[in-house]
Design a protein around this ligand. Structure first.
Ligand code: NAD
Length: 420
């Protein structure tokens, strides 16, 4: 019996089971590692702008508390459910362990469409969500961060709501805050920068010249836009494809990133930018390119398109973009497509969130150069470990990354023992 159901949780469960088999983890140890420690569900009533009362449902899942507090993003998305949140919390655990951070994974969110809310309504949802979570979170218990549909402003409201309750400013309760209220330099860009850095590491390994290579990026929010911009400006790549939930564009000669950035800054979405380069969003991922970066939602690479991908590197910016069925196909195409799995690829976000928490606890702030240098050092170590483990065990990069993450959590649990 479990409250965690649905395709995304099933995916996390199947991935774990493959790695548990590989690590020969006894059956009776598996549930302890996989199932989250706590799940909290709350109702969030707000006054809407038209004077009605509306109730949203909110969640927070804390996966394990073995190695430190839990850490994870907050997603505002229409069809959010506890199974999806549970899966995202579990992935956070393996991700934090792989990067060597002293955290368990968590995730939370509200089932709402943030784009349909006014600023005042969004603030009401954010504040009431944090208010309901106050008994269950804390700088040494569970630290929140942004995810899809939330941003720095939402984090500032979370921090303010928690701080008002405590009677003093508690900046270390959330990461991904604006710099003016204790955020760190480099956090906003961290996930996308990390993805681009790892693409460059993979390209080095594959002897691919990024200056002569192309990339397609799905999603033009925080992660997608910064990935595209960094791949283009720092590594000289040509961005041939871009999409968001409203439109997809493709031009083999390259898309004008500056122009698109300015358009999205003015209109919030890609829709309406161009008619000539428009492409069916379903076809975007199967266009020829050197680097493909899914940076939007889960389960976009499936058994239907995995065999048709035409990229050399698949850099998983989103969490869970590849289904287990697609993974089996990609495993057979291991020599053609180098996969940078999500728990490695997008770990730049939580790594710099960790730096932000450390700086807030110490009230001692670093320069952006220091932040970026430390970020690259941790990413480089994680990349090397994954590549070595994949080669040593003859397994995919995803299973190697998971084996390292799961192995570290397991070691912590074994050493601490079972209480009482
Ligand atoms: P965001 O809300 O800033 O942006 C999401 C983007 O995806 C938007 O451009 C949206 O239009 C687009 N999108 C939504 N549905 C789509 C669809 N069906 N097809 C194409 N585009 C679609 O969110 P984000 O913070 O950029 O997060 C994106 C992904 O990266 C999520 O999977 C998230 O869990 C993961 N992630 C984010 C961070 C972070 O630091 N923000 C860190 C690690 C992982």
């Amino acid at each position: 019996m479990t409250i965690y159901t649905g395709p995304v949780f099933e995916m996390a469960k199947r991935q774990f089971s493959v790695v548990a088999d590989h690590l020969q983890i006894p059956e009776d140890e598996r549930d302890r590692l996989l199932y989250p420690k706590r799940a909290i569900t709350v109702t969030i009533p707000i006054h809407t702008d038209d004077g009605r009362t509306r109730v949203f449902e909110g969640y927070r899942v804390q996966h394990h508390l073995t190695l430190g507090p839990t850490k994870g993003g907050t997603r505002f998305a229409e069809n959010l459910n506890i199974g999806e949140v549970g899966a995202l919390a579990i992935w956070m655990s393996w991700k934090c362990a792989l990067a060597g951070l002293p955290y368990g994974g968590a995730k939370g969110g509200v089932a709402c469409n943030p784009y349909s809310l006014s600023m005042r309504e969004l603030e009401a949802v954010s504040r009431r969500y944090m208010q309901e979570m106050i008994p269950f979170v804390g700088p040494h218990t569970d630290i929140m961060a942004p995810d899809m549909g939330t941003n720095e402003q939402v984090m500032a409201w979370f921090m303010d709501t928690y701080s008002m309750h405590q009677g003093h400013a508690v900046s270390e309760i959330v990461t991904g805050k604006p710099i003016a209220v204790g955020g760190t330099l480099g956090r906003r860009e961290a996930t996308g920068r990390g993805i681009a850095f790892l693409v460059a590491r993979a390209a080095e390994k594959l002897k691919l010249d990024l200056g002569r290579s192309s990339a397609i990026v799905q999603g033009f929010g925080n992660v997608g836009s910064i990935s595209a911009i960094t791949l283009a400006r720092r590594y000289g790549m040509t961005i041939t494809g871009l999409s968001d939930h409203t439109a997809a564009f493709y031009d083999p000669a390259g898309l004008p990133l500056d122009e698109i950035e300015a358009y999205v800054a003015a209109h919030r979405v890609l829709a309406g930018w161009s008619k000539e380069s428009a492409i069916d969003p379903n076809d975007l991922l199967i266009q020829t390119c050197d680097v493909l970066v899914p940076a939007a939602v889960e389960q976009v690479i499936t058994e239907r398109n995995a065999g048709r991908l035409q990229c050399r590197i698949l850099a998983e910016g989103a969490n869970g973009p590849t289904t287990p069925e697609a993974d089996t196909i990609l495993d057979q195409r291991r020599d053609e497509i180098f996969v940078i799995p999500d728990i490695l690829c997008n770990s730049g976000g939580v790594i710099v969130s960790y730096f932000e928490w450390v700086q807030d606890l110490q009230q001692l702030f670093w320069t952006e150069t220091e932040v970026n240098a430390k970020l690259e050092k941790l990413l480089d170590m994680a990349f090397t470990q994954v590549a070595e483990r994949a080669a040593a065990d003859g397994i995919s990069n995803r299973n190697a990354a998971m084996a390292i993450g799961v192995g570290k959590v397991r070691a912590g649990k074994q050493l601490r023992g079972l209480f009482p």
